[in-house]
Design a protein around this ligand. Structure first.
Ligand code: HCR
Length: 423
């Protein structure tokens, strides 16, 4: 496409989003901004560093009776969980820019679309074992993707779900995330609640959109430790894009004063970050915490398309993805409409049969009426976080702390009974 044509379609697009209704999935974007990848695939970004995800399992005290050593190890574990979390951000929020030049609009998954795969053990001595991913589109209106990442050898499960709500401002699209992640180290009997940061999309005027994180997210441990992570972009804390500061406290109460921080981390989540003891902000002369550019992500192993089930993402979207790669706008519309029409027909059939679509591996658990083994309630209480369907990270008693308390949870029993879809 010529530069002039490119800029005229982009300005038509900008005009259309100026009046958009908050549903990013329904927004018609020009072909050069479309990604050939469905949002249901984004769940893989949580575990592209399986070694970091599993690391806390190996940080245990030798002397179980030594209280100080136990305490020191539990601090090391929340630091390790924070390192793993920071390691997920580059893939989650920068990978389209890096592979395709700008942020792109992902394919909007259809209800029941799934994406599965595995990471082999790359460690010497086989201490990590295989890690698997199950990702499923559990709702279409509003779009919600649920996922579970399971490592049987180390009895480690990460599960969560995410949805978004967007608003438009003069120069950016502002996105609040809904949902959370729960990380369980079952051998350690330790769990973590992870909230998802707000973000905004910048670079709209220049047709080169990119994501910047903002606000605060939390990692609450069942040991009481809490990590409070503040995000900022170019020109705020450090003048650099993708900046963050994380402080780790003994508990929520002590997090009221920055001086109480046991450790502080700062830098760029897409580059280098540093860690120091206590509350003062570390600099590049302190210990390196994480180098996102140096640590290469381990790609998920996914079956060839020919072996995939029709509900598996890459098979279902194959023709649309090919049309996007060819920038063939008419073909993109034609192939997309074919999927949308199939979905409409399915919903019609369900309505006339008086049935509804059943999610495959995930259940919608109501925390207001069901008591389960899930540590979500106790972790939310330790962090003073809302248990409702509020923007991720909303505090109890805040203006968002209302609505229902239904959250998506994996059922490994359903996965064990799965007969059609294989990893
Ligand atoms: C906002 C976004 C769709 C949602 C994507 C989420 C929030 C999904 C959950 C993942 O865990 C993390 C994540 C990362 C992405 O950065 C975020 C996407 C960025 C853009 C996309 C919009 C729907 C696209 C808008 C169109 C733009 C490019 C003009």
């Amino acid at each position: 496409m010529s530069g002039a044509m490119h800029s005229s379609t982009w300005s038509t697009f900008l005009k259309s989003i100026a009046s958009f209704n908050g549903d990013l999935s329904s927004m018609t974007a020009p072909p050069f901004i479309l990604s050939p990848t469905s949002l249901v695939e984004y769940s893989q970004y949580w575990a592209e560093h399986p070694d970091l995800l599993l690391e806390p399992n190996f940080l245990v005290s030798e002397d179980k009776d030594n209280k100080d050593e136990r305490e020191a190890m539990s601090l090391k574990r929340i630091i390790a969980v924070t390192r793993w979390f920071i390691s997920t951000l580059r893939s989650q929020y920068c990978s389209r820019n890096e592979s395709m030049g700008t942020e792109k609009k992902p394919l909007n998954p259809f209800l029941g679309e799934v994406f599965v795969g595995k990471w082999d053990d790359k460690s010497a001595g086989g201490k990590l074992g295989e890690t698997i991913l199950l990702s499923e589109q559990v709702s279409h209106h509003p779009p919600v993707t649920a996922y579970a990442i399971n490592n049987e050898q180390n009895k480690t499960v990460l599960q969560g779900y995410n949805g978004i709500k967007a608003t438009m401002s003069a120069t950016s699209i502002n996105v609040k995330q809904y949902g959370h992640a729960l990380l369980e180290y079952k051998t350690l009997e330790e769990s973590y609640l992870i909230t998802l940061p707000p973000l905004h999309i910048e670079g709209l005027i220049t047709a080169s959109p990119f994501v910047e994180l903002e606000g605060t997210s939390y990692i609450q441990s069942s040991t009481g430790h809490i990590a409070v992570i503040d995000y900022s972009g170019r020109g705020y804390f450090s003048g650099k894009k993708n900046s963050f500061k994380a402080r780790i406290y003994r508990d929520k109460l002590s997090s009221a004063h920055k001086d109480n921080a046991l450790a502080s981390i700062s830098g760029q989540w897409s580059g280098k970050s540093y860690i120091a003891k206590g509350h003062s902000s570390p600099s590049s002369s302190d210990e390196l915490f994480y180098d996102a550019k140096e640590k290469v992500p381990e790609r998920l192993i996914v079956k060839p398309i020919e072996e995939q089930h029709p509900l598996e993402s890459r098979r279902a979207w194959q023709k649309v993805a090919e049309a996007i790669k060819k920038s063939d706008y008419d073909l993109i519309q034609q192939e997309k409409s074919s999927i949308e029409n199939q979905q409409r027909d399915l919903r019609k059939e369900e309505r006339s049969a008086g049935t509804s679509w059943e999610t495959r591996w995930f259940d919608h658990v109501d925390y207001q009426s069901e008591h389960s083994q899930d540590p979500f309630i106790s972790l939310s209480s330790l962090a003073n976080l809302s248990i409702h369907n509020a923007p991720s990270g909303s505090l109890r008693g805040s203006k968002h702390d209302n609505g229902d308390a239904k959250h998506w949870r994996v059922s490994f029993q359903k996965w064990d009974e799965e007969s059609e879809i294989k990893i």
